[in-house]
Design a protein around this ligand. Structure first.
Ligand SMILES: [Zn+2]
Length: 385
């Protein structure tokens, strides 16, 4: 089996190379904004029309010719894809927007035609040569590379490569997962729980402090911001990045463990923003859940596991043993679930995880779809309804 993945590395461009990258970015950004202008004035530009426009624009404009044609074409291709996607998507929020000079982060894509690796350096079109920090080896020759610049001023290259994967052995086991604030993931098997670690909340507290500092130093809309503000903003970006990295690392390790041991993975659906309207610590918990869920679904699908996303309605109110539903929702403070019908008692989140798994095992995605008789019949091993 083969899969397509991205391998990222830090880049260390010199001063000349960096300014050349920025120049390249401004040309691409200009083209992107032109394309946005096109669709705003009533046309829906496709990649082929944009490509033709690019050819004629390059013939006329010296400034555009100084840049790489590959990068410019890829920018327009990305635009056309984003526009197409926004038309097929249900909401219109995803329409491509103008990229402002001050706020948009540079992102350039080169295909094999515009990039290569020579003497362990990344060589880009127009003679750009950039040292790469090879933190690990590439598994195969890359088909394309995306060069990005983040809010901390660091440059990265993400190489798109194919790699072979060994199919995971079948285990016959299933797992149910419920998301929460105190414990990011509670599963049907306590050995696979993902606790919300202390250093994450410490990180959140640090971040909240840095954000207050930034707010104190803000000058409003009058004039440029002070040095002090910029330093504080940099600190915030740094902490944000560190937190995101930690979260990503932990969810990767966890997801790998879960996927390797289970054939059926049933996850409660989770919509971020539900908890995010409160403190920094809550937001961190929210982010941790989002990252863990995405990582798990992604890895599960790639490994060919059965991944079922179960709607969260009633998962905490339903008994995982007899499927009777409690009359009232459990308060957030109540940590144990006790069934009035059969007397089953367990931790609130553990019960929810078991419900999620039970729903998926019966081939459904909503608690409502599982009737009590259906549940009992299958639990007894009798013929399914
Ligand atoms: Zn019960």
């Amino acid at each position: 089996m083969e899969e397509v993945v991205g391998y990222s590395y830090r880049l260390r461009p010199g001063r000349d190379a960096e300014s050349a990258l920025f120049q390249e970015w401004h040309r691409c950004r200009f083209l992107w904004n032109e394309a946005v202008h096109q669709y705003k004035s009533g046309r829906k530009p496709t990649f082929s029309t944009l490509s033709k426009l690019l050819t004629s624009a390059r013939a006329r404009c010296q400034w555009l010719r100084e840049g790489s044609q590959v990068a410019q074409q890829q920018m327009l291709r990305t635009f056309a894809l984003a526009l197409d996607h926004s038309f097929t998507a249900k909401n219109r929020r995803g329409r491509p927007k103008r990229k402002a000079r001050k706020t948009a982060h540079p992102s350039l894509e080169y295909t094999k035609r515009g990039s290569s690796i020579r003497d362990r350096r990344l060589i880009l079109a127009k003679g750009l040569s950039i040292p790469v920090v090879w933190s690990r080896e590439l598994p195969s020759e890359p088909t394309s590379v995306r060069v990005t610049h983040d809010s901390l001023g660091h440059w990265y290259a993400t190489f798109i490569v194919r790699r072979t994967v060994e199919p995971l052995p079948s285990t016959g086991a299933g797992i149910g997962i419920d998301w929460g604030v105190t414990c990011t993931a509670t599963t049907t098997d306590p050995a696979f729980d993902l606790p919300h670690l202390g250093h994450r909340s410490r990180c959140a507290a640090e971040l909240a402090r840095a954000q207050r500092k930034m707010a104190r130093r803000r000058r409003g809309k009058m004039g440029p911001q002070s040095r002090g503000f910029q330093r504080a903003a940099h600190q915030v970006a740094k902490l944000n990045k560190r937190a995101a990295r930690q979260t990503r690392h932990e969810s990767r390790v966890w997801a790998k463990k879960v996927v390797s041991k289970h054939d059926l993975i049933a996850v409660e659906d989770f919509r971020p923003g539900f908890l995010a309207k409160s403190t920094m610590a809550r937001k961190a918990a929210d982010a941790a859940i989002g990252a863990a869920k995405n990582e798990l679904i992604d890895r599960g699908m790639r490994a060919g596991r059965k991944v079922v996303v179960v709607q969260p309605a009633y998962t905490t109110m339903t008994c995982s043993s007899c499927f009777a539903r409690a009359k009232q929702q459990l308060g957030l403070g109540e940590r144990t679930f006790q069934c009035r019908e059969c007397g089953y008692m367990s931790g609130r989140d553990r019960n929810a995880a078991r419900v999620v798994l039970a729903v998926a095992e019966r081939g459904h995605t909503r608690v409502d779809d599982v009737s009590q008789s259906d549940h009992l019949l299958r639990a007894d091993g009798a013929v399914a309804v």
